[in-house]
Design a protein around this ligand. Structure first.
Ligand code: ADE
Length: 254
């Protein structure tokens, strides 16, 4: 479980580590708080691979906060029927406002983000921009959504991960944290690998190959075995262009 087993967890909050120089000389560090009614959904995404390494290196801390800590009664109530009638419960102002204020008291946020299908569509430029921030709060919606007054008075940014509706904001929050976290300097071992991702230069990535040179008669393109780095870069660029032209022509028209 990411929160409880983490040594920085101190009974409800992670403390963001003080920025420090890493072995690679970086001093960046980002802290992300996530507010949710389903903390269990966020146990795994940050406990493996690159996100785990980012936290081990002290470059990123992610703290998941169960909203029911701020419930309005002993039954753990955080939602209620919507005014005006209609199906679906709405997440109440009181628990959200108290949670946000308690978290803000630990340090100001650069952005308070609500994950919602009617937000701005998340993309690589937005991930790049958010990766420069130091402290973010992500609010995961559920049921019919959250009371509009929280959006009006606390939320600074609303993000959608695509034009489809998920059951809640937890998976979108995990997507956003992953996309941002891997861009923090020092998180990836090979610094250039984030820069050569699809979308970073407005092109999809070219095809990649690894050993063996031949598998079932299917050969690796000769150029990649040539050792000529200039020609290899040219080939990769052409392949990236071609792939973008055929799969995502819209990216070339913008
Ligand atoms: N919550 C439900 N669906 C969502 C989406 N597509 N993006 C962000 N948050 C959501």
């Amino acid at each position: 479980m990411i929160a409880l087993s983490n040594p920085r967890y101190n009974g409800g909050f992670f403390m963001a580590p003080a920025p420090r120089a890493t072995a690679a000389g970086y001093i960046c560090c980002m802290h992300i708080d996530i507010l949710t009614v389903l903390p269990g959904l966020l146990e795994s995404p940050f406990a493996h691979s690159i996100m785990k390494r980012a936290q081990e290196k002290g470059l990123l801390t992610v703290a998941v906060h169960p909203l029911r800590q701020w419930a309005v009664n002993e039954y753990g109530q955080v939602d209620d029927y919507q005014y005006g009638g209609g199906a679906g419960m709405v997440m109440m102002c009181e628990p959200l406002a108290h949670a946000i204020e308690a978290l803000c008291a630990k340090g100001a946020y650069d952005e308070i983000i609500f994950l919602t299908p009617d937000g701005e569509t998340f993309d690589q430029p937005m991930a790049n921009q958010l990766s420069l921030k130091k402290r973010l709060l992500l609010i995961c919606g559920h049921y019919k959504g959250i009371d509009q007054r929280i959006r009006d008075h606390f939320v600074t940014r609303e993000i959608s991960i695509g034009d489809y509706v998920l059951s809640g904001g937890e998976l979108p929050a995990a997507v956003v944290v992953d996309a941002i976290g891997r861009l923090i300097p020092g998180v990836l071992n090979d610094e250039t690998s984030a820069l050569t991702d699809s979308f970073q230069d407005q092109l999809l990535s070219p095809p990649v190959y690894t050993r063996p040179e031949e598998f079932r008669g299917w050969k690796v393109p000769d150029i990649l075995l040539s050792g000529n780095h200039r020609l290899i870069e040219e080939w990769r660029h052409e392949q990236a262009l071609e792939r973008t032209r055929t799969r995502r022509p819209d990216m070339l028209n913008d």
